[in-house]
Every structure is written in structure tokens, then in C-alpha cells.
Design a protein around this ligand. Structure first.
Ligand code: UT7
Length: 321
């Protein structure tokens, strides 16, 4: 007996940045970005803090679940871009949302953060320590981008997505994996100002990414992860009602869809509106799909994530709402 998803929520910054806006500050074009990534625009924090949108997503999820802040036993926040290094975003959120939560943790697993947070939550449910968990994924990658690097600056957006988990048997399978490889994708820490430091490298670039390296990794990781999860659970690709994949590039999503011979509506996407919002991308998409009434009780859904680490996470859920 683990959990089921009883509510979803999301929140996006109000500032829209279109591809045409970017082509005024970078040597790029709407045509290049749309054809190579599927992205038309993204949201970027301007006057809001990350905590503002994280809290709104969390509030929306609790409202959707019909649960009150006092009933939440644990809050997990997946982020790599919190407003502070410390206190953690989960600590700030506990205060802002007026939660009683006894267990409060941040999860830094980049774009795979949502699935890793679900894994952590499942252990607490299995141990009988919690009845209700709020998971908030909130990212402000705009703060970590090198805005002079056209190959990465066009990809990312800011946003927050959240779910409420309650005791139940909606979780059918979950697998996470990591392989240490910082060469293809990393963001350096801040330069040391210690008088004893003997050379922590000066940081002159923020998101450092070998786009093609990540692309190749992502295509095979997604295909392998999905087929393993489907076969291990005695299912066929047709048995899955919806595949909610990390929104990094429509070419990656489409290659998986074609590999499994599935129609477009089973691989929903919103990357065209929000770009890659890292760990927030799957819960934002899940919230859209949930609120549009596309999920039916007992539907089988697979969540599939990949990202820096390198990391991957796959989760099979039976929708119970
Ligand atoms: O959550 C995980 C985070 N990261 C990812 O998911 C990234 C996965 N990778 C990708 O999505 C793709 O590799 C990119 C969208 C980043 C790049 O697409 P690509 O088709 O792999 O392009 P490329 O890197 O091979 O570059 C092709 C050309 C290069 O020019 P030359 O050397 O052929 O003359 C680039 O300099 O496109 C150029 N280019 C651009 N041109 C216009 C790179 N970025 C841009 C740009 N606008 N924004």
C-alpha cells in the first residue's frame, strides 16, 4: 500500500518570452527554435520569486485534492534553483503554505526530480510514517542560463507543478537510475571566496550542455525505460492510456511515440508554451491533462524523466481520482 495522486496544481510566471524576443538578443530565429525543439515561447520569472509560484502550485494541488494544509505530513520540493541555497525551498514552502508537515526535504535531481521525489515519498508511505504528502517541483532555470549561449538559452523556461499524494494503491511501479557524467550537462557551483581555496575553478558559464550528447542519451534512455516498465508489468504499449514525458524537445517525445506506434494524443506536450521547465515539466503537464478531464479512473499512465546526473526516472501510475 503506497500512494495515489489525489490532486494536481501548477503555476507559471506571467512574463512570456517568445522566440522572436530571443532572436533580438541572440543569433537565432523562430524557425530554427521551432523546428529543432518544438518551443514557441517560455515563461520567465520577472517580478515573482520562485517561492511565489511554488506556493501557488502547491495551493492549487491541495485545493484540487480537497485537502487542507493541516493534513499534509510531508513536503518534498524538487528544485535545483531555489531562491536561497539555504533555507531549503521545502522549508520556505512549509512556512508560506502553513503546513504542519513533520518531514521536509528538497530533492536536487535536475529534470528527473519529480520521479525521484515520488520514490522518496513511496518509502515514507510504505514505512507508515505519512498519510498525505505534498510534492512541489519548482524551477527558475532562467537564473542559471548563460544568456549569450544560443544553444541552451532557447531551451529552458521557469515554472512550478505540484501533486498531493494520499495513502492508496495508485503507484504500480517506479524505477530511478543515475550514472555520474557531468561532461554533457552541468551547472557549476559558485566560485569560492575562501582565502584557503587553491583553485575552485572560476565559473564563466552557467548551464553547460553538449546538446547532441544529451539528445542521444535521452532518446535511448526514454525508449529503454518505457519498454522495460511496460514489459516488466506484463503490459503492451496499447495498455498505457497516457505517456507523460519530460518536456525537453518534441523530437525526443516523437521518437518515443513512433517507436511504440502510439497516436499523438497519448503523448501530450506543452513544451511549445513553456520550454523545458526541468523537474516541473511533468507535474505541470499532469495538471493540464488532469484539469482538462482527459484522465479516467483506472487509466494507466507512465511518467518518464531524464536529465542531468545523468539521471532517469520512470513511474507507472493507475489513476484513482
Ligand atoms: O532536460 C535536459 C536538458 N537538455 C536537453 O534536453 C537537450 C537535448 N538536445 C537538444 O534538444 C538538441 O541537441 C538542441 C536543440 C540543443 C540542438 O539541436 P541540434 O539539432 O542537436 O543542433 P546542433 O547542436 O547539432 O547544432 C546545429 C547547428 C550548429 O551550427 P553549425 O555548427 O552546424 O554551423 C549550431 O551552432 O545549429 C546551430 N545552433 C543554432 N542556430 C540557431 C545551435 N543553437 C542555435 C540556435 N539558433 N538557437
Amino acid at each position: 500500500m503506497s500512494f495515489y495522486i489525489s490532486g494536481t496544481g501548477s503555476s507559471l510566471p506571467k512574463k512570456k518570452v517568445t522566440n522572436d524576443d530571443l532572436s533580438k538578443i541572440l543569433d537565432t530565429s523562430d524557425e530554427w527554435i521551432t523546428s529543432r525543439t518544438g518551443i514557441s515561447e517560455r515563461r520567465v520569472l520577472s517580478s515573482e520569486t520562485l517561492l511565489d509560484i511554488a506556493a501557488e502550485a502547491g495551493r492549487n494541488a491541495m485545493e484540487n485534492a480537497g485537502t487542507s494544509p493541516a493534513d499534509i505530513d510531508m513536503i518534498l520540493c524538487a528544485t535545483l534553483s531555489g531562491d536561497f541555497v539555504t533555507p531549503s525551498m521545502s522549508c520556505l514552502l512549509k512556512d508560506r503554505l502553513g503546513l504542519n508537515a513533520k518531514y521536509v526535504y528538497d530533492v536536487n535531481m535536475a529534470c528527473s526530480g519529480f520521479v525521484f521525489a515520488l520514490e522518496m515519498a513511496s518509502v515514507y508511505f510504505d514505512a507508515g510514517k505519512v498519510n498525505r504528502v505534498l510534492v512541489v517541483c519548482a524551477e527558475a532555470i532562467s537564473r542559471l542560463l548563460d544568456w549569450n549561449d544560443r544553444s541552451s538559452a532557447i531551451l529552458f523556461g521557469d515554472g512550478a507543478g505540484a501533486v498531493v499524494l494520499e495513502k492508496g494503491d495508485g503507484l504500480k511501479d517506479l524505477v530511478v537510475n543515475t550514472k555520474a557524467d557531468s561532461a554533457v550537462l552541468h551547472i557549476s557551483g559558485v566560485e569560492s571566496n575562501s582565502p584557503f581555496s587553491e583553485g575552485y575553478a572560476k565559473v564563466d558559464k552557467r548551464v553547460v550542455m553538449d546538446g547532441q550528447g544529451v539528445f542521444i542519451f535521452a532518446v535511448s534512455a526514454i525508449t529503454d525505460g518505457l519498454s522495460t516498465m511496460i514489459e516488466k508489468n506484463g503490459l503492451t504499449p496499447d495498455d498505457i492510456s497516457m505517456y507523460l514525458l519530460h518536456q525537453a524537445n518534441t523530437r525526443i517525445i516523437n521518437s518515443a511515440r513512433k517507436r511504440f506506434g502510439q497516436p499523438e494524443e497519448k503523448f501530450p506536450h506543452n513544451i511549445e508554451k513553456y520550454g523545458n521547465t526541468s523537474s516541473a515539466s511533468i507535474p505541470i503537464l499532469l495538471d493540464e491533462v488532469n484539469r482538462s478531464g482527459k484522465l479516467k479512473k483506472n487509466d494507466k499512465i507512465i511518467l518518464g524523466a531524464f536529465g542531468a546526473g545523468l539521471s532517469t526516472g520512470f513511474c507507472l501510475i493507475e489513476w484513482q481520482k
